[in-house]
Design a protein around this ligand. Structure first.
Ligand SMILES: Nc1ncnc2c1ncn2[C@@H]1O[C@H](COP(=O)(O)OP(=O)(O)OP(=O)(O)O)[C@@H](O)[C@H]1O
Length: 234
C-alpha cells in the first residue's frame, strides 16, 4: 500500500457503441467510446448535426442502454445500479424539448421533481427553494404560478433548468440548454453551470452547437463519425 486512494470517475463509458435498427438498415451512431468524466468539471460536447450527441447523452443519463459496452456511475455499471435509481438519485437532465408536465405550473414542475428525487433544501421548504431558483433564472412569482403552456419557449427552458438544478444530483446533463435564450440569460445559465461544477463539485455535461458555451467549459469533447475526441485546452 502506498497510502494514496483513487476515487473512480463519477461517470465512465467503456467500449460504448450504439446502433439503431430501422426497418431497412442499421445505423451505428457511436463506435467504441471510452471516456471518464470527473466531478467538479464542466464538459461540453460539440459535433455536427446527426453526429450522435443526443444519443450519447441518453446513454450517459441512463435513458437508454448501449448496444455494446458499459456506462458506470461511481464504479458501478448502470445496469447493476438500476437505471431508474440512477436517474432519480444521481443524474438530472435538461432536455432539448424541456419535457415539462404540461398540466402543472412552473413551480409545481420544480417541486414535483424535488419530491420524486427526495431533494431536501438546506434551509426552508421545497416550495421556497423552487421559487428562489425560478427567480434566479428570471421567472417571478406570477410567472412561476402560471401553467407552463402559458409560458414562452425561453421561459419553459428556464423552468426545465430550474427543475434540474433543484434536484441535488451528482451529474447534470443538458441538451442545447441555451438554444432559446437571449445572450444575457444564456450567459447567466453558463455561469450557473460553471459554479455548479467548481463550487459544488458537480459533473456538468452539456451538448451544444454553441462555441460561446464551449469556450467557457473546462473540457471540450467532439463527436464525429461515431468517435469522441477531446480538444486540447487553449
Ligand atoms: N430512435 C432512433 N431510431 C433510429 N435512428 C435514430 C434514432 N435517434 C437518432 N437516430 C439517428 O441517429 C443519428 C444521431 O442522432 P442524434 O440525435 O443523436 O444526433 P445529434 O448529434 O444530437 O443531432 P442534432 O445536433 O441535430 O440534435 C442520426 O442519424 C439520427 O437520425
Amino acid at each position: 500500500m502506498n497510502g494514496t486512494t483513487t476515487t473512480p470517475p463519477v461517470l465512465r463509458l467503456d467500449g460504448v457503441s450504439h446502433t439503431y435498427s430501422g426497418q431497412r438498415r442499421r445505423t451505428t451512431v457511436l463506435k467504441d467510446i471510452d471516456y471518464a468524466f470527473e466531478r467538479g468539471t464542466f464538459y461540453t460536447v460539440l459535433g455536427p448535426s446527426g453526429s450522435g450527441k443526443t444519443t450519447l447523452l441518453s446513454l450517459a443519463s441512463g435513458l437508454d442502454t448501449p448496444t455494446r459496452g458499459t456506462v458506470s456511475f461511481d464504479g458501478r455499471a448502470l445496469t447493476e445500479l438500476g437505471l431508474g435509481r440512477y436517474r432519480n438519485r444521481h443524474a438530472a437532465t435538461i432536455f432539448q424539448q424541456y419535457n415539462l408536465l404540461t398540466y402543472m405550473t412552473a413551480l409545481q414542475n420544480v417541486t414535483c421533481a424535488m419530491e420524486i428525487t427526495g431533494a431536501k433544501p438546506a434551509t426552508g421548504r421545497r416550495r421556497t427553494r423552487a421559487l428562489e431558483l425560478l427567480e434566479q433564472l428570471g421567472l417571478d412569482r406570477t410567472t412561476a404560478t402560471r401553467n407552463v403552456l402559458r409560458l414562452s419557449g425561453g421561459q419553459q427552458q428556464r423552468v426545465a433548468i430550474a427543475r434540474a438544478l433543484a434536484c441535488d444530483v451528482d451529474i447534470l446533463f443538458a441538451d442545447e440548454p441555451t438554444g432559446n435564450l437571449d445572450e444575457d440569460t444564456a450567459q447567466g445559465i453558463i455561469d450557473t453551470f460553471r459554479d455548479l461544477a467548481h463550487e459544488q463539485g458537480k459533473c456538468v455535461v452539456v451538448v451544444t452547437h454553441s462555441q460561446q458555451l464551449a469556450t467557457q467549459s473546462d473540457r471540450v469533447l467532439t463527436l464525429r463519425k461515431g468517435r469522441l475526441t477531446e480538444q486540447a485546452n487553449t
